[in-house]
Design a protein around this ligand. Structure first.
Ligand code: PMP
Length: 399
């Protein structure tokens, strides 16, 4: 007779890391499986199955374009936002013959890493500083965006703090200088109303996996009339992005856009109300909670905060043990935890820039998830905060 103990039911963690990635929605998974099983031919093939694949691609392009507010012909499918960002900047430099780029100091690490490589090739890259709330300085942007600039790159919303960026104002400066305006809208799509046509941008990057689609697929929108040389040569995407199209990924992307289009208004309202409640309850319940970017307009789902001076790693480990998963903006490296470049740019000290914790909600987040998170923070973080306060008092008394 077996005495094996049945395994404990796997507990599903409360997922508060939607700015890192989202769970693919069932419609996206179904569309991908269908494409893998049935529509697996090459969309460039002239035979019947190839034409079926081509029709699926064209249909998906129309649906993604409708969601993003651009013309289907302006949409170039890529492997994600990182590739789209590279294509935008490298293409703009090549096309313009100019050798200067302007971007904000709080762009995604992938773009800042590209900036560093560009500097090594003799391209000047100027960073627009941000204020304590994470908003770029328009005065600095005005003085940096001159007629030797090839492209200005600004994210629509910051992935760590959720702070919304003044895209229209900066786009007007770029236009006046004859530079292209690129918007990394990766964090906007699915969390805020978004229209490429209304944005004033020439180029825009998005990624499917932030809005319920799969990883490894995204798009670069290229405004009609903008002659952007390709990053990857080849005949696909009308010579704008070589490589056999990732049709399952593109089909999943389109299905995720359809779903997001149908529910966006209600999703935004619900996420905002739950995020506000989470923020309010944590600030009320615990001493020394500081919310980053609280004075700025922010995405509906993002809460970036610091619990006193508690290390983000310590906080995240406590939360995960209580069944809640989230992230910090601080990157782990061989030498330990690096402070977040976003919080440093906002004027935070290095220890505080290592203490930022990001709680990012999604359309599936519930009121019960919020209550459980508040309860876990009270139970597990309050003692740590009291301990830290005691230590600080003793140190002050001894000084
Ligand atoms: N830009 C921003 C603002 C992001 O948040 C991310 C994803 N973390 C990316 C770019 C990169 O997107 P992808 O994973 O599609 O390459």
């Amino acid at each position: 007779m077996s005495h094996a103990v049945a395994p404990a039911p796997a507990t599903v963690p409360i997922y508060l890391d939607h700015n890192a990635t989202t769970r693919p929605v069932p419609e996206a998974v179904a569309a991908m499986v269908e494409a893998l099983r049935e529509t697996w031919a090459n969309a460039s093939s002239t035979h019947g199955p190839g034409q079926d694949a081509r029709r699926l691609l064209a249909g998906a392009r129309g649906r993604v374009a409708a969601f993003l507010g651009c013309q289907p012909a302006e949409l170039v499918f890529t492997s994600g936002a990182t590739e789209a960002n590279h294509a935008a900047l490298l293409g703009a430099l090549q096309a313009s013959g100019r050798a200067r780029v302007v971007m904000s100091a709080v762009e995604h690490p992938g773009l800042l890493a590209l900036a560093q490589r560009l500097r090594g090739r003799g391209v000047a890259v100027d960073l627009i500083p941000v204020d304590a709330q994470g908003r770029p300085s328009l005065a600095a942007a005005r003085s940096l965006i001159a007629d030797d600039v090839a492209v200005v790159s600004l994210m629509g919303a910051n992935n760590e703090t959720g702070v919304l960026m003044p895209v229209a104002e900066v786009a007007a400066l770029a236009r006046a200088a004859g530079a292209w305006m690129h918007v990394d809208a990766t964090q906007l799509a699915g969390k805020a109303p978004l229209s490429f046509a209304a944005s004033g941008a020439d180029l825009m990057s998005v990624s499917a996996h932030k809005l319920g689609g799969p990883k490894g697929v995204g798009a670069l929108i290229v405004r009609k009339g903008v002659a952007l040389p390709p990053l990857l040569s080849g005949r696909q995407e009308r010579n704008r992005r070589g490589g056999t199209e990732n049709l399952p990924g593109i089909a999943g992307f389109a299905a995720a856009c359809d779903r997001a289009a149908a529910t966006l208004g209600a999703d935004i309202e619900r996420m905002r109300s739950l995020r506000d409640r989470l923020e309010h309850r944590l600030v009320q319940a615990l001493p020394g909670v500081h919310v980053h970017g609280a004075g700025a307009e922010r995405l509906c789902n993002t809460l970036c905060l610091r619990f006193g001076a508690l290390d983000a790693e310590q906080v995240l480990a406590k939360l995960e043990r209580a069944g809640i998963v989230a992230s910090s903006g601080a990157a782990c490296s061989a030498g330990g935890v690096e402070p977040s470049h976003v919080l440093l740019a906002m004027g935070e000290s290095a220890p505080h820039a290592r203490a930022g914790v990001r709680l990012s909600l999604g359309p599936q987040t519930t009121a019960a998830d919020v209550e459980a998170t508040v309860a876990a923070a009270i139970e597990h973080l309050r003692p740590l905060l009291a301990e830290a306060a005691d230590t600080a008092r003793q140190a002050a008394a001894a000084a």
